[in-house]
Write a protein that binds this ligand. Structure first.
Ligand code: NAP
Ligand code: MG
Length: 474
């Protein structure tokens, strides 16, 4: 029983004004398409708006607009491009409250996260790459690095505006123009971003937004006049894109899935580790490619750590994404909820022990209680497959060597975490982990100056930092 009841603390929905319908943003103008689809609020299943569905001709027009704009945009001095990016960054900050509410409505993530994590990072990305625009000569990529041309960018639904920032900011800073396709279930913040571009007087055609489903993404990445493809999403679609791009001369970066190990040694600061485990798997409902979805805990402390973790999980608040006290919001879509449910049932069926704290879930919308599985072995599907939800698989180990072996026993290699008081152990273990990012005594920390990307089936190429420029320069 909790000592205090929380009173509701809802953020006002009226901070964001939604139109009944939105068009495609091509060549600086919003225009209609033949077909439309609806985007809903996953917390109550209500329709938020109707959105244009881009067909092949629409994608054609968007790529043509980006091609026309490329000539003058790429010819601008870097310091001039920087002015636009700084302006966009400042407008994003000014409109951050509105955009945070919008993101929580369309995606289901808690307002606390869209407000304190997504939006600040979105603005930081634009500020950071604005700073690079006039310094590309000094990026270590040769004396005169050149932009590639038109970038076709396809992003997922888990961090709609942040993934947009990761894609668009470096592309524009380096003198490329873009056509971006947001995910079908979260198109709205990209369309509001289009409005930010207009507000910033960005020349028409430099940024184009084509909304739609998987087919729209396919038309875009297969378009012959696209020079660079940047994709974030599932390994399955990433593989398909790699095949279709092969031999075309298009440059490709892929940011795919993960099944990160969060390794807790017996000398770890337990309370901090528990916070890191919770952040690692329950942040953003676990819809995080680098989520710490496999907890590897040293056997000697496993039972005390799990007790502490369960106590902490019992305090997590699941519910209305717009409530400022909410820790875990809505699952983004019915399809994703079904996938999480199915894999969890498989986990229980395979013999792992399932536990969730008592928590009341709302009647409408898509919800999943925070869940842990103990007694998981490496053969279990919940230890191998990405669940992409608030579900943690717990495994144990006895020696550092065993921890490393288990951590690396995955087709993925995006991120990992190490919890230990001993610096030398952290460095030795980090050195052996096949993961693009390794956090020590923390988890899910992001910064625009730091490169991010994977090994193996987690993809290739890096986003963020100086490394992120390379993907957009020849
Ligand atoms: P997904 O199906 O791969 O979708 C990602 C994006 O690709 C969406 O915009 C999707 O459109 C589009 N798409 C689908 N089929 C396509 C095709 N044949 N050609 C071109 N585009 C296509 O992934 P998801 O299920 O939405 O997202 C979850 C997955 O993304 C997870 O596996 C997660 O690990 C991964 N992810 C990775 C990172 C990273 O940085 N490495 C970040 C976030 C997510 P629709 O939305 O209309 O289907
Ligand atoms: Mg939606």
């Amino acid at each position: 029983m909790s000592l205090f009841e929380y009173a509701p603390a809802p953020e006002s929905r009226s901070i964001v004004e939604l139109a009944p319908s939105y068009g495609l943003f091509i060549d600086g103008e919003f225009g209609e398409a033949k077909d439309t689809f609806k985007t809903i609020n996953p917390a109550d299943e209500q329709v938020l708006a109707e959105v244009a569905l881009a067909g092949p001709e629409d994608v054609d027009r968007a790529v043509a607009a980006a091609r026309r704009a490329f000539e003058s945009w790429s010819a601008l001095p870097g310091s001039e491009r920087a002015k636009y990016l700084f302006r966009i960054a400042r407008i994003l900050q000014e409109r951050s409250r509105e955009l945070a509410v919008l993101e929580s409505l369309d995606n289901g993530k808690p307002i606390k996260e869209s407000r304190d994590v997504d939006l600040p990072l979105v603005a930081a990305h634009f500020f950071y790459y604005a700073g690079w625009a006039d310094k590309l000569k000094y990026a270590g990529l040769g004396p005169d690095p050149r932009p590639l041309g038109v970038a076709g960018q396809v992003i997922p639904w888990n961090f709609p505006l942040l993934m947009l920032a990761w894609k668009i900011a470096p592309a524009l800073a380096t003198g490329n123009t873009v056509v971006l396709k947001p995910a079908e279930t979260t198109p709205l913040s990209a369309l509001f971003f289009a409005d930010v571009c207009r507000q910033a007087d960005l020349p028409p055609g430099v940024v184009n937004i084509v909304t739609g489903a998987g087919d729209t993404g396919r038309y875009l990445v297969e378009h012959p006049d696209v020079n660079k493809v940047a994709f974030t999403g599932s390994t399955e679609v990433g593989r398909q894109i790699a095949r279709s791009v092969a031999g075309t001369g298009k440059k490709l970066t892929l940011e795919l899935g993960g099944k990160a190990a969060n390794i807790v040694f017996d000398d770890a600061p337990i309370d901090q580790a528990v916070e890191g485990i919770v952040n690692g798997i329950f942040f953003n409902q676990g819809h995080v490619c680098c989520a710490g979805s496999r907890l590897l805990v040293q056997e000697s402390i496993a039972s005390s750590l799990l007790d502490a973790l369960k106590r902490r999980m019992a305090t997590l608040r699941v519910g209305d994404p717009l409530d400022k006290n909410t820790d875990i919001g809505a699952i983004n879509s019915r399809a994703q909820l079904d996938r999480i449910t199915e894999l969890s049932e498989i986990g229980a069926g395979e013999g792992a022990e399932r536990w969730s704290p008592p928590c009341e879930l709302p009647d409408r919308g898509f919800w999943f209680a925070p869940t842990i599985f103990t007694g998981v072995t490496q053969a279990h599907r919940i230890a191998r497959e990405e669940i992409f939800g608030p579900v943690l698989s717990v495994l144990t180990f006895r020696t550092p060597a065993e921890a490393v072996e288990k951590a690396n026993n995955t087709p993925y290699g995006l991120s990992a975490g190490i919890w230990s008081e001993k610096g030398s152990r952290i460095l030795a273990v980090a050195d052996q982990l096949r993961a693009g990012v390794v956090w020590a005594n923390t988890f899910n920390k992001f910064d625009p100056t730091s490169p991010f990307g994977g090994y193996k089936e987690s993809g290739y190429g890096r986003e963020g930092g100086r490394h992120g420029l390379e993907a957009y320069l020849a």
